[in-house]
Design a binder for this molecule. Structure first.
Ligand SMILES: Cc1ncc(COP(=O)(O)O)c(C=O)c1O
Length: 353
C-alpha cells in the first residue's frame, strides 16, 4: 500500500548557499520537511512542505508533559550508482514505534514512515553531501499537540521528518567519565526509548563531566553504578584479548541500530561479540593485565569512535595509547564500505529511495 502525500515545493531553495565542505553537524536544514497529523483515530494530511517554523499553542502537551520521541538515521550517496541510499530505515521505524508504545503515543504505520521518508529524501537529494565522512542525517519525530493542561495522553500528535546534511559528529578519540552519582535511566523506566526527556536529564551530568575535562559521560547501571551501559548517544564495545563484549540490552539502554550492525558485521568478519554484563572493574583489571585492547562507541551520528581513556573515581585510565585499534578499524572500514556501496551489502541493509 502506498500513501497519498501532497507536495508543496519551496519557491526559495537555499541549496545555492550550501557548502558541503563546511557543514558541521545539525546546523543546516534541507529545503523541505514531511508532516502528518494524528486526529485521535488516524493519521491525516501527510504532506511535504517547505522547511520552516510550526505554529503551536503555549499549552501544547508535549512541552509540559513530555510525550515527545524521535529517531536518528542517515542517507548516503552510493559510490557505485551515485544514488541516495537509506541505511536500515525500517529498524528506525520499528524503534520509533517501541518508543511510541511506552509513551502512550500512536504508532506510525511502516508505509507512512517509509513513503514520507523516501519522498522527502528524493525531493531533497541534492543536499546529501558526497564528501569524505558526509551524509544526510534524518530526524523523524513525533510529539503531542493537544492544547490542554492536565497529565494525560494527548489525543492529537504531529509526526514529522526533517533532514540535515552533516559531516563527522566527533573528529577525535573521546575521554569518558564513568558516572557514579547520576543515572540516565532506571529499570522499568524509559531508558530504552528515544524520548526527549532522556536527553534533557543527561545534560547536567554531561556538563559536569565536561568541566572535569571529559568529552562524555559513560553511564553505569543505576542500582550499583558498577556495570557499564552506554554513553550519551552511543553504545559501547570493549575488545579484550580473547573476547569482544558489549553490554547486554535491558530497559535502561537504547538498542542501537549501529550496535546491531557492528555485532552482525564483526561476527561476519570472524569476530563474534558477547552481549553480557561488563563491569568497570573488569575494564580496569584487563587494562592492568594488558588484555584490554580497545574500547569504542557506536551510533548513527557518531558512527564509530575510539575511546581514548576513561575516568573512574577521580583517576584517569588511558586505553588507546596502550592498546591497538585493529578491531575497530576493521569494522569501521567494513561498515563505511557497506553504507557507501563500496563493498557487498551482505545483509541487504541499504534501501533505495
Ligand atoms: C542513548 C543512545 N544510545 C545509543 C545510541 C545509538 O543508537 P543508533 O546506533 O541507533 O544511532 C543513541 C543514538 O540514537 C542514543 O541516543
Amino acid at each position: 500500500m502506498s500513501v497519498e502525500i501532497t507536495i508543496e515545493k519551496t519557491q526559495n531553495s537555499r541549496i545555492d548557499q550550501f557548502d558541503p565542505e563546511n557543514i558541521g553537524f545539525g546546523k543546516i536544514f534541507t529545503d523541505h520537511m514531511f508532516l502528518a497529523n494524528w486526529d485521535g483515530t488516524t493519521w491525516t494530511n501527510p504532506r511535504i512542505v517547505p522547511y520552516g517554523p510550526l505554529s503551536l499553542s503555549p499549552a501544547t502537551s508535549a512541552i509540559h508533559y513530555g510525550q515527545s520521541i524521535f529517531e536518528g538515521m542517515k542517507a548516503f550517496i552510493n559510490k557505485k550508482t551515485g544514488k541516495p541510499m537509506l541505511f536500515r530505515p525500517r529498524e528506525n521505524a520499528k524503534r520509533l514505534n517501541r518508543s511510541a508504545e511506552r509513551m502512550v503515543m500512536p504508532s506510525v504505520p511502516e508505509d507512512l514512515f517509509m513513503d514520507g521518508l523516501k519522498k522527502l529524501i528524493s525531493i531533497d537529494s541534492a543536499w546529501i553531501p558526497n564528501t569524505e565522512g558526509g551524509s544526510l542525517y534524518i530526524r523523524p519525530f513525533m510529539f503531542a499537540t493537544d492544547d490542554f493542561i492536565g497529565v494525560k495522553p494527548s489525543e492529537h500528535y504531529i509526526f514529522a521528518i526533517f533532514c540535515c546534511p552533516v559531516g563527522p559528529y566527533y573528529t577525535k578519540a573521546l575521554k569518558v567519565k564513568v558516572e557514579e552519582e547520576f543515572s540516565r535511566a532506571a529499570p522499568g523506566g524509559v531508558g530504552f526509548t528515544k524520548c526527549a526527556g532522556n536527553y534533557g536529564g543527561a545534560m547536567y551530568p554531561t556538563l559536569q563531566a565536561q568541566k572535569e575535562g571529559y568529552d562524555q559521560v559513560l553511564w553505569t547501571d543505576p542500582l550499583t553504578h558498577t556495570l557499564v551501559e552506554e554513553t550519551g548517544t552511543t553504545n559501547l564495545f570493549a575488545v579484550f584479548e580473547n573476547e569482544i563484549v558489549t553490554p547486554a540490552l535491558g530497559s535502561t539502554l537504547l538498542s542501537g541500530i549501529t550496535r546491531d550492525s557492528v555485532i552482525k558485521g564483526l561476527t561476519h568478519l570472524g569476530h563474534p561479540v558477547t552481549e553480557r554484563n561488563l563491569s568497570v572493574n573488569e575494564l580496569k583489571e584487563q587494562l592492568n593485565a594488558g588484555t584490554l585492547k580497545e574500547i569504542f562507541i557506536t551510533g548513527t551520528a557518531a558512527t564509530l569512535i575510539k575511546i581514548q581513556g576513561f575516568g573512574h573515581q577521580g583517576t584517569y585510565f588511558e586505553v588507546l595509547d596502550q592498546g591497538d585499534s585493529a578491531v575497530s578499524d576493521s569494522i569501521k572500514n567494513w561498515l563505511d564500505a557497506v553504507r557507501l556501496g563500496e563493498s557487498e551489502d551482505v545483509f541487504e541493509w541499504n534501501e533505495s529511495v
